[in-house]
Design a protein around this ligand. Structure first.
Ligand code: RNT
Ligand code: ZN
Length: 410
């Protein structure tokens, strides 16, 4: 089947071998937080910040050991190059010696470094500005309360240090993404001051020296959150202007825009004006619901934009979703495989489509684009899985693990 597919793609000017080679070498950063519904290990606070997991599927990871075991199974069942994306709330304290978020140190992540090395993974990182008692009135870096603001500035600085430690230990650059939930439920009287304070806080965090070839700081914008419907401090315009004036990297999460705005359409513009662009790939359904990523139109369109711009090495691709209503390991694998499938689909697009657009042949462009949808991409994908030594049917193995391991977690 693969040989036949290879032939068919060759006929339209696509080299499937080249596509598979590129796919194999493209890193996707896998969020750790799908495994335990964004709970983490450092506090007993409920999930806050206007994000939500829904569902109560049995077997969620409760300890570092459980999360690591589940993550390893998910990795084993997915092809390609990966990185692990950690949140500061996943710090692991030895002998129960707790450190608050403003006092985190590299040593609190040493177990994760061992884990990453053992699995040949790079590490990405996120300061955690939610699910913590120092989030006051829903505010962190934009808080008018100096004690609160300073606490979170310190957290950011500590995280920068930890990010550099990850890069040094793994030899792979670390993407450190800043996202804050700050905002208001109802119409504010002052939209400017919180944004001024947020900018000041970010400046303070970024004022400590760090190696910019090892740590890429990204800033993630958002349109609204649950309970923060009226106003978000870190809006799209705030973040875009901030990253451009401070020369850090923008991060677009495709759940963070109005429903008719598409991140796929934004990628080319962002690439024109930024050396690097970062993505959180998710699936928003009616709102920023963070459903498991599927092989759907928008995921394909985003990957196409990256490939068409020849920008695979300029875009940091990371997953970000959290479904608690289904088997969490399956959620990981399905989402990650979907991103990779979409990437393969994009890599199998003939370059000749661009020329059709340039010469205004929109009739043929439509015909060729439609033709592509039923090309035998599935056969190329299966060949990829075979070469990577992973099976098409991951469900059976996950089900076995659920029956033996997850069912015991009461
Ligand atoms: C929230 C943002 C953010 C979080 C993670 C857990 O809307 O998407 O990226 O999902 O930091
Ligand atoms: Zn995100």
């Amino acid at each position: 089947m693969y040989n036949k597919a290879k032939e068919m793609y060759a006929r339209i000017g696509v080299d499937t071998e080249k596509a598979l080679e590129t796919l194999k070498n493209t890193t996707v950063s896998i969020h750790c937080w799908q495994g335990d519904d964004v709970v983490g290990f450092d506090s007993k606070e409920a999930l806050s910040g206007g994000i939500q997991t829904t569902g109560n599927y049995p077997g969620k990871a409760r300890t570092p050991g459980e999360l690591m075991a589940d993550y390893e199974l998910a990795m084993k069942l997915t092809p390609g190059k990966k990185k692990i994306n950690l949140h500061a709330s996943y710090a692991i304290f030895k002998d129960g010696v707790f450190a608050d978020r403003d006092a985190l140190k590299p040593e609190h992540f040493a177990v994760w470094v061992d884990f990453a090395k053992k699995n040949g993974l790079g590490i990405d990182f996120n300061p955690t500005y939610f699910s913590h008692p120092m989030v006051k009135d829903g505010l962190t870096l934009s808080s008018p309360d100096e004690e609160v603001r300073k606490f979170w500035v310190e957290h950011g600085k500590r995280c920068l240090e930890i990010s550099e430690y990850f890069a040094n230990e793994t030899g792979i650059p670390c993407v450190m993404n800043i996202w804050i939930p700050d905002g208001y439920k109802d119409i504010p009287a002052d939209r400017l001051s919180p944004r001024q304070r947020f900018a000041q806080s970010l400046d303070e965090i970024l004022s400590i020296p760090y190696d910019k070839t090892k740590v890429f700081v990204t800033l993630e914008s958002k349109v609204f959150g649950i309970g923060l419907e009226a106003y978000t401090v870190g809006s799209a315009e705030f973040c875009m202007n901030y990253v451009n004036t401070r020369h850090i990297t923008p991060l677009m999460d495709n759940g963070h825009y109005h429903p008719t705005e598409m991140v796929s359409d934004k990628i080319s513009s962002m690439l024109l004006f930024n050396e690097k662009v970062a993505l959180h790939v998710t699936r928003p359904m009616r709102w920023d619901s963070d459903h498991v990523v599927l092989f759907d139109d928008e995921t394909r369109e985003m990957m196409k934009e990256i490939v068409r711009a020849d920008a695979i090495d300029r875009v940091f691709i990371a997953t970000d979703y959290f479904d608690a209503s289904i088997n969490r390991i399956s959620a990981w694998v399905t989402g990650l495989r979907s991103v990779q499938k979409a990437l393969l689909y994009a890599l199998l697009e003939p370059a000749s489509l661009k020329a059709l657009q340039e010469r205004g042949d929109f009739t043929q462009l439509m015909v060729r684009q439609e033709e592509l949808k039923t090309m035998p991409m599935g056969a190329v994908w299966e060949e990829y899985l075979k070469r990577e030594g992973v099976t098409e049917d991951y469900y059976s193995e996950i089900k076995k693990y659920e029956d033996v391991v997850l069912k015991e977690r009461k």
